[in-house]
Design a protein around this ligand. Structure first.
Ligand SMILES: C[S@@+](CC[C@H](N)C(=O)[O-])C[C@H]1O[C@@H](n2cnc3c(N)ncnc32)[C@H](O)[C@@H]1O
Length: 327
């Protein structure tokens, strides 16, 4: 098991498959992109599957989410999913993606054993999409979402980040659109994880702002306790549709956090905001056996801090941005 000194157990593994992305979301990375990891630094497909195997069979991980960067850019994605679906006990498998290319791969991913998908989309307006992402790919994302639903990935969730001056007034439109299409919408508060270090607390659209805006058009009823899930959820107009808000900044959920993270270059992170990483790739490539790798992972997680530190005035943003950690 992956325990820490605050009594939490990590059962939810986020695996970054690449730090590259084909969008340039303003809240994530600069227009010119970043200096990407070189191929030899990335875990190979075999190394990823081996580490997921260790996590599942020796460390009690039950949920595996593939992310990035943009995980659909990883050529071996379908085969990685298939091999992870073959592990016993079988983990639940999900993908966080910007949806570009999902139109072509959704059926193969479902057949390989992917259970569900989260697609990031911040606006219903193609022009606003182009301003936020610096790419004209809104239609690709919509087609990817439709393909995911048609392929039987369930639920299909949509993640949206709202920003002042760009899409802050769009919460009700996004929710109406998500309800119409049967997607489960979750708003994520913008976090200080951008490569440009441009985040300002005073500029954030908060969970409170989002809920206030949604209530101008919908009746929201709080759902049951959220447990370790990061999103607080509400029934929309009495249900069955729901909307979630992940208030990572204003209402952090660190006390119940059940996550562990593996970067595309094989570093274990205890938290998105951690300032330390533990190198599994080096150990793996110098011949460590599964028991040793599992022990390293356990030791890393034992040191997980109580919280993200976001509420502390001395908070310092982690060196790596969200796209390089795996969001
Ligand atoms: C980093 S992306 C990686 C996976 C994939 N490329 C995608 O778009 O979903 C994962 C999620 O992080 C979100 N994200 C990126 N930077 C963020 C930030 N500074 N604050 C909050 N969410 C952020 C994105 O909107 C996306 O929903």
């Amino acid at each position: 098991m992956l325990l820490d000194t605050y009594g939490r157990t990590a059962t939810d593994l986020r695996v970054s498959l690449t730090d590259r992305c084909n969008l340039r979301c303003t809240y994530c990375m600069p227009e010119e992109g970043l200096s990407w990891l070189a191929k030899p630094e990335l875990l190979t497909d075999d190394e990823i599957v081996r580490l997921v195997d260790i996590a599942v069979t020796r460390l009690g991980v039950t949920e595996v989410r593939f992310t990035g960067g943009e995980p659909l850019l990883r050529p071996g994605l379908v085969s990685i999913v298939e091999r992870c679906a073959g592990l016993r006990p079988r983990p639940r498998l999900s993908l966080t993606t910007n949806g570009i290319g999902l139109e072509r791969t959704a059926v193969a991913l479902r057949a390989a054993g992917l259970d569900r998908v989260n697609v990031s989309l911040d606006t219903t307006d193609p022009e606003v999409f182009a301003r936020i992402t610096r790419r004209r790919r809104h239609g690709d994302v919509l087609r990817g979402l439709a393909a995911a639903k048609a392929a039987g990935l369930d639920p299909v969730k949509v993640n949206s980040v709202l920003m002042p001056g760009l899409n802050e007034t769009e919460a009700p439109d996004l929710l109406a659109w998500a309800v119409e299409h049967g997607y489960e919408l979750r708003f994520i508060e913008q976090m200080p994880l951008d490569a440009q270090h441009g985040w300002r607390r005073s500029d954030m659209v908060t969970a409170g702002d989002i809920l206030e805006s949604l209530r101008t058009r919908f009746t929201l009823t709080p759902e049951e306790e959220r447990g370790s899930a990061p999103a607080e959820r509400w029934l929309v107009d009495g249900g069955p549709h729901r909307v979630g808000v992940i208030a990572s900044v204003t209402r952090p959920f660190c006390r119940t956090c059940d996550r562990t993270r593996l970067t595309a270059d094989g570093q274990v992170r205890t938290c998105l905001f951690a300032r330390e990483e533990s190198d599994l790739r080096g150990a793996l490539r110098s011949g460590a056996d599964d028991a040793e790798l599992a022990e390293r992972w356990r030791t890393a997680m034992w040191g997980k801090k109580a919280g993200s530190g976001l509420d502390d005035p001395s908070f310092v943003q982690p060196q790596r941005p969200m796209s390089a950690i795996g969001g």
